[in-house]
Design a protein around this ligand. Structure first.
Ligand code: FA5
Length: 347
């Protein structure tokens, strides 16, 4: 039902923004909010839901209803204003105080909405959001994560280095290329068990349809006694079902990262064919991001005894998961940061 609501909301907003006259806005109002409208129908199904589901979905339906009503109000007002401005532009008085209904309603950026949703999903299972520096020492971004000195990610074609004095122990300063730089910082706090969710801006020298030079990652780190791959798999499945929908599945494939052993690449079933294979995904699966069991060398850098404790970590791109979410189709990731209001207003 949540997914259905998001689709209804996106659909309604784009129709409202495209409405050319008041007749069309009225038709849209009836389609969504009328006696037999899509939202009204959903409200009627609420009493049939279980006691647990009812309050959450009830407030969600109302929230969507309010968004549709507000967007309609603004569109109707804009259409009316255009008309009167066209009729008598000379009467336009810039000193006239604005009324409450003249205020334009904005909303949170698409990426901020995704960050909030991801945070809420992980909070439910006990992860705490933390924040670590975006301007970071090489030691936290690479050395403490078991990267050898000649690793290609350290090459300045991938990482932005900052002109600043090089520290004897921590090396040069850089714009962090991944949220994994928070792993050893979290371990060094000295509190176990760890259940961290680090969401931050990350930077790489990349720009094409699926890469932006600044993007966001969310990184999970769990460290404690007897943490196993099955815990990682359960967490991945929980996230995939909560964020993408109950009908989506996850799988892990062997991969390589310097700071996890074993390492995995995580895939989810395609939202179009649900794993059967289609033109979009070819084999039924889409790549989500990296994960693995924390490397013993990394635990040692964080002053944690790898004989006694183990852990898992995962790190994925916020913009990428957003693109992969059902109902949101973005064919160039860079549009998220292009200040294109027509695009942003849709969400
Ligand atoms: C990493 O950055 C690892 N730190 C992830 C990790 C964490 C692995 C913990 C194991 C344990 P990778 O370079 O594959 O891995 O990036 C992770 C995700 O960030 C990618 O799957 C993608 O979703 C996103 N990403 C990477 N580069 C960009 C970019 N330039 N623009 C947008 N998203 C990006």
């Amino acid at each position: 039902m949540e997914e259905k609501l998001i689709t209804i909301k996106n659909n309604a907003i784009s129709l409202i923004l495209e409405a050319k006259n008041l007749k069309e806005t009225e038709e849209i109002r009836i389609q969504f909010l009328g006696r037999n409208g899509e939202i009204t129908q959903l409200l009627k199904t609420l009493p049939k839901l279980s006691k647990n589901e009812r309050p959450k979905l009830g407030s969600l339906v109302n929230e969507v209803k309010n968004i549709i009503e507000d967007t309609l109000t603004i569109r109707v007002r804009d259409l009316k204003n255009n008309k009167s401005n066209n009729v008598n532009l000379s009467k336009f008085d810039i000193t006239e105080p604005i009324t409450e209904s003249d205020r334009k309603l904005g909303h949170l950026h698409l990426v901020t909405q995704a960050i909030r949703e991801i945070t809420a999903i992980f909070n439910e299972i006990g992860f705490t959001r933390v924040r670590y520096p975006e301007i970071e020492w090489d030691w936290y971004a690479f050395t403490s994560l078991n990267f050898p000195t000649n690793h290609p990610a350290r090459d300045d074609w991938e990482t932005f280095f900052i002109e600043a004095p090089v520290d004897e122990k921590k090396g040069p300063v850089l714009l962090t290329p991944h949220t994994s730089s928070g792993q050893v910082r979290e371990m060094k706090k000295g509190k176990l068990p760890i259940k961290m969710l680090n969401i931050a801006k990350t930077y790489r020298r990349q720009s094409d349809v699926s890469h932006t030079p600044m993007f966001h990652q969310f990184e999970g780190l769990v460290v404690g006694e007897n943490i196993a791959i099955s815990d990682l798999k359960g967490t991945l499945n929980y996230f995939v079902k909560s964020y993408f929908g109950e009908n989506r599945k996850s799988r892990i494939r062997p991969y390589h990262f310097q700071f996890t052993e074993p390492s995995f690449e995580v895939d989810i079933t395609c939202g179009v064919c649900l794993g059967k294979g289609c033109r979009l995904c070819k084999e039924g699966w889409l790549e989500l991001g990296g994960a693995g069991m924390v490397h013993p060398a990394v635990l040692k850098f964080g002053n944690i005894d790898p004989e006694k404790y183990s852990g898992f970590a995962f790190g994925w791109g916020v913009e990428r998961v957003l693109m992969m979410k059902e109902g949101i189709k973005i064919d160039d990731l860079r549009i998220l940061y292009s200040n294109d209001m027509d695009f942003l207003k849709q969400f």
